[in-house]
Design a protein around this ligand. Structure first.
Ligand code: ZN
Ligand code: ZN
Length: 457
């Protein structure tokens, strides 16, 4: 399922055969479309189309190109339309110094007025920005409130602009221009956390390759998704799921994913055994938002799955490259269940089973569990996090206090002697002693992997 978060369905090229356009979208699994207004007439059209079609939502705004045409009634016009339950955002709004179709001071004034209105209505904004980032960021910052949220559509900024967008908590959406040969946007796309990315066509403009030069339509979203999958080294299913969840969170379009015991990312199948953990890491999202790459994996203690439930959820394990015990909790807290599932998976021919752990099982079980893992777990991936006991405890807040770090190191050493593969992972949080961590991995004989701190899963 895909969501086209930015389309202009009322433009003549699309409006003239809208039924066919919507049918094409459905066939391409583009389930929801957000159609965008740019001035009084198109705002009204957008709402009218959203009213007619269940899967179409509308956004109403005032494009910077048309800033000079706005009058004092602008706010009332938008307020009136925004009462409609299918209006999900204020947009598009922004600044365009590339085409300069309205005087810049008027563009800035209208943009600020629209931001204030979005705050008043508590709606997200959809921002259009061309060659005007510094002015735009300034106005946006002046109008930010606790609840401000939104997305930069057809994002064309560089890494520095991206950082600023992310720092304000905003998302970006990418369009067909990322599919063009030698697109200069690729480094920016690569640097964008997938959790902050949405898809859009901006149709009828920005037609993706290989239809460039022809009319664009929502059915082409998968072409953009496929390019994104290539750049982000994910599958197109991953892209579809994560970007849809992002659009759901921002605009309320679609539905929230149901909780799942197993979840696929790339070709790996992950199993969530528990959400309990002996750590309380500063960066962990299990309390605030227990989602990973669009999968909802939070659970209470009473919802923890049995071995039988897990096996049912796994289905046919032969379709995956590896099975991973992970989730937002510490898998070894459910050692018995984990071992039973591993045994059943091994019996059915699974070659690679990985355990992602905080390495504190010695303290959890008051004994050495490594012998139990032999023959069942092929890879143990341990979150090392930092290079000394103090710094480690600062980040993870282990229930076991200062004992935790040494226990982790001792556990890792025994894993290295008994199991095929042991990896230390470190999240590249600002200030983390990566080289110190790498030295520990070398000393223990474990492999070393750095994880981007803004990419979960
Ligand atoms: Zn635009
Ligand atoms: Zn647009």
């Amino acid at each position: 399922m895909f969501i086209d978060t930015h389309a202009h369905l009322d433009f003549p090229e699309l409006q003239s055969h809208l039924e066919a356009v919507l049918q094409n979208a459905a066939l391409a699994k583009v389930t929801y479309i957000n159609t965008i207004g740019i001035d009084a007439a198109t705002n009204q059209n957008a709402v009218r189309i959203a009213e007619k079609y269940d899967n179409v939502y509308a956004s109403v705004g005032w494009h910077p190109h048309d800033a000079a045409r706005a009058d004092s009634n602008l706010e009332n016009h938008i307020r009136e339309l925004a009462k409609h339950p299918k209006v999900v955002a204020i947009g598009e709004i922004g600044l365009d110094y590339f085409r300069d179709l309205s005087p810049r001071d008027i563009q800035r004034d209208i943009f600020a007025r629209m931001l204030k209105l979005a705050n008043e209505l508590d709606l997200p904004v959809i921002i259009h920005c061309r060659d005007a980032y510094q002015d735009l960021f300034k106005i946006l910052r002046e109008n930010l409130t606790e609840k401000s949220r939104g997305g930069f559509h057809c994002f064309s900024g560089g890494i520095a602009e991206l950082r600023e967008v992310l720092e304000m908590g905003f998302l970006v959406s990418y369009t067909g221009n990322i599919t063009y040969k030698n697109s200069i946007l690729i480094p920016t796309v690569k640097a964008t956390p997938i959790d902050k990315t949405m898809l859009e066509t901006d149709c009828p403009f920005m037609t993706p390759h290989p239809h460039r030069g022809k009319r664009n339509e929502p059915a082409y979203v998968p072409l953009i998704a496929s390019k994104l999958a290539e750049v982000k080294e994910l599958t197109i299913d991953d892209i579809a799921r994560v970007t849809s969840y992002n659009a759901y969170k921002l605009f309320g379009i679609g539905t929230s994913p149901e909780r799942s015991i197993t979840y696929q990312i790339r070709n790996s199948l992950y199993i969530a055994l528990t959400s309990r953990c002996t750590n309380k890491c500063s960066f962990c999202r299990r309390y605030t938002e227990p989602f990973v790459k669009g999968h909802n994996i939070g659970m209470s203690r009473s919802e923890e799955p049995s071995a039988g439930e897990i096996m049912t959820a796994v289905g046919d394990p032969s379709t995956y490259e590896e099975i991973v015990f992970c989730g937002y909790g510490e898998p070894t807290l459910r050692l018995e269940t984990m071992l039973e599932v591993s045994k059943r998976l091994k019996d059915s021919g699974v070659k690679r089973i990985r355990l992602n752990t905080n390495g504190q099982s010695d303290l959890i079980h008051r004994r050495d569990i490594v012998p139990d893992l032999v023959g069942l777990i092929d890879t143990v991936s341990i979150s090392l996090n930092e290079s000394t006991a103090d710094k480690y405890q600062n980040i993870v807040n282990s229930n076991f206090g200062s004992e935790a770090f040494n226990a982790l190191i001792e556990f890792a050493k025994r894993c290295v002697t008994s199991l095929p593969e042991v990896i230390f992972t470190v999240v590249s949080y600002p200030g983390v002693d990566l080289e110190g961590c790498r030295a520990i991995a070398d000393r223990v004989g474990a492999k070393f992997r750095i994880r981007e701190y803004n990419e979960v899963g």
